[in-house]
Design a protein around this ligand. Structure first.
Ligand code: TPW
Ligand code: MG
Length: 539
């Protein structure tokens, strides 16, 4: 077998379902191998940020590897921002870049796409990946690939693999999957005992679930653990979309000052707060971390557990939850009544539309026809999802990189075969909405809702006195046709409701509902978020 085949087979055996990429001369041989071997399906889009976002979302969706393949320099540097988002949000993205061949590297003159030195690219990616390899020795490549892919899965962070182009077809051994990194069961056991001691002594124990629960596929185990312990769970903003099944003891989404007060109070008044797999960020912790008493927290994340005044190292979240599950016998079922459609139905009248109406329209659609997976961008559309009934949600809620939503939705449809709902603002749509033109080639038909306020509205809320946040009206619904989809431009709540129905029932082409809204019409959650930020004095 050759190096490309060894890598492709290893990606597949480690869980990758497909590859997203854009070719260039340094990666052309690898693309040839992808096409001819047909080991994994691959999809091309128009711009590298698009393929990287799609691959990232596919990996998040599958709780497995997302894979993006690009050319050296111009291609790889276009992936950098998406890869950084994947690093920050703990997404297992494998970045494959073609690289200069061994022979041409020795010629001594600059190669096209070269930044500074030939390994500048490797050095830059080292900062935002958890493991890296340049496969410049075919004799050891199988060992290096195994190590890097294991790192990707165990840390759930991006990794970087560069293939010198003249080695793509070099003879290479098959990649054998490595066993998990060793851990010390006695340490896990002691840690679980200590945590249970804290929880049992507490009057108001509470659990906050973070994104690692999703990344390591621990949702069912956490749900069972919480039910056994009789402790309710809130998710962070980043982990919204977890624990959405009927039996799950979900209390809501914790967003501190920006969130619903009953959830914030429950979390902030807890005397034993178990934070599982959370990212400690301003968005997840409702702007101000000081509302949480850290001396009462048990934090399990990044393979460590911190509690009181000490740390346990090398404790993978799954091992910890398994140990806790083993130790808790009794099943107590906490009573958490889930309100049914708390936001109310969309009123179909001639009033202007506000973001909250879109949430209501989506809830109505879900009630009638079942839930859809949501891919969401940054901006008020993301805050609006807090009013949409819990469903699978993929969004850059922490790193907040705009342009994620549309390609992420396409990646989700590619990997699941299920039609997603994409929520995106006009500003973000201007960045990557164009990628929708690739849907027809692959038979994808996402339902896209563009929140068009002709504005970078979220920024205006921070700084209302400036004019540069005004955007033009691009008439996205019209553009939809030239890109191979259908478009609906709606101005009233009645039109919104009708367009959502029509779009839902039209399959085979992407459907774009362009919702026209006034500037300054923002969602209740964004409103609370902005007030919280202003009160915290951070802006
Ligand atoms: C890649 C900064 C955060 S929110 C925002 C910007 C420019 C405006 C979003 O406008 P949109 O949504 O999509 O119309 P809305 O609801 O606010 O009107 N560049 C990148 N990412 C981020 N987050 C920014 C800039 C930003
Ligand atoms: Mg906007």
């Amino acid at each position: 077998m050759n190096l490309a085949q060894a890598l492709l087979s290893a990606l597949k055996s480690h869980g990758a379902k497909e590859i997203f990429g854009i070719p260039g001369d340094f990666i052309l041989p690898f693309f040839k191998a992808m096409e001819e071997s047909a080991i994994l399906p691959f999809y091309t889009l128009s711009h590298e940020p698009g393929v990287a976002f799609a691959a990232d979302a596919a990996g998040r969706e599958n709780t497995s590897l997302g894979v993006v393949a690009v050319t050296y320099g111009a291609g790889a540097f276009n992936v950098l921002n998406a890869a950084t988002g994947a690093y920050a949000e703990k997404s297992p993205l494998v970045i494959i870049s073609g690289g200069p061949g061994i022979a041409e590297s020795k010629q001594g003159f600059l190669l096209h796409h070269q930044a500074k030195t030939l390994d500048s690219q490797l050095k830059i990616f080292r900062e935002i990946t958890c493991d890296q390899v340049v496969l410049n020795d075919p004799k050891t490549a199988h060992v290096e690939i195994a190590r890097v892919l294991r790192s990707c899965k165990e840390h759930s962070r991006p990794v970087y693999i560069e293939i010198p182009r003249d080695l793509t077809f070099a003879e290479c051994k098959e990649v054998k999957m490595l066993p998990s990194s060793p851990i010390n069961p006695a340490a896990v056991n002691a840690c679980a005992d200590e945590i249970l001691g804290c929880l049992h002594r507490a009057k108001n124990p509470f659990v906050v679930a973070g994104v690692e629960i999703r990344r390591f596929n621990l949702e069912d185990k956490l749900s069972l653990l919480a039910r056994k312990l009789g402790i309710p769970v809130a998710t962070t903003f980043m982990a919204r979309g977890l624990l959405i099944e009927e039996q799950d003891p979900l209390a809501g989404t914790y967003m501190g000052l920006a969130g619903k007060p009953q959830v914030s109070n429950a979390v902030e008044s807890s005397d034993a707060l178990l934070l599982l797999g959370v990212i400690f960020s301003d968005t997840n912790f409702g702007v101000s971390q000081s509302r949480i008493n850290m001396s009462k927290c048990i934090v399990a994340a990044d393979r460590q557990v911190k509690l009181a005044y000490h740390n346990y190292a090398d404790i993978p979240l799954e091992s910890l939850i398994d140990a806790l599950l083993d130790k808790v016998e009794q099943i107590e079922v906490p009573v958490i009544s889930k309100p049914c459609n708390p936001e109310g139905n969309l009123v179909s009248d001639n009033s202007k539309i506000e973001p909250h109406d879109i949430a209501k329209g989506i809830n109505d659609l879900f009630d009638k026809y079942g839930k859809m997976k949501i891919a969401c961008d940054v901006g008020d559309c993301l805050f609006t999802t807090l009013s949409v009934q819990p469903t699978s949600l993929t969004a850059p809620a922490y790193y907040a990189g705009m342009g994620f939503g549309v390609p992420a939705g396409m990646g989700i449809q590619a990997t699941t075969g299920k039609r997603p709902l994409i929520l995106v603002g006009d500003g973000a749509f201007q960045m990557t909405g164009w990628e929708l033109g690739n849907c027809n080639r692959y038979g994808w038909d996402p339902l896209v809702i563009v929140f068009n306020n002709c504005s970078w509205e979220m920024l205006r809320t921070f700084q209302p006195q400036s004019n540069f946040n005004d955007l033009d009206d691009w008439h996205f619904a019209e553009i939809a046709y030239t890109l191979g989809g259908n478009g609906y431009r709606v101005n009233t709540r009645a039109e919104l409701s009708a367009a959502l129905e029509k779009a839902y029932h039209t399959r085979g082409r992407f459907q774009l509902v362009e919702v026209m809204m006034d500037r300054e019409a923002i969602s209740p959650t964004l409103n609370r978020f902005i007030h919280a930020i202003k009160r915290s004095g951070n802006r």
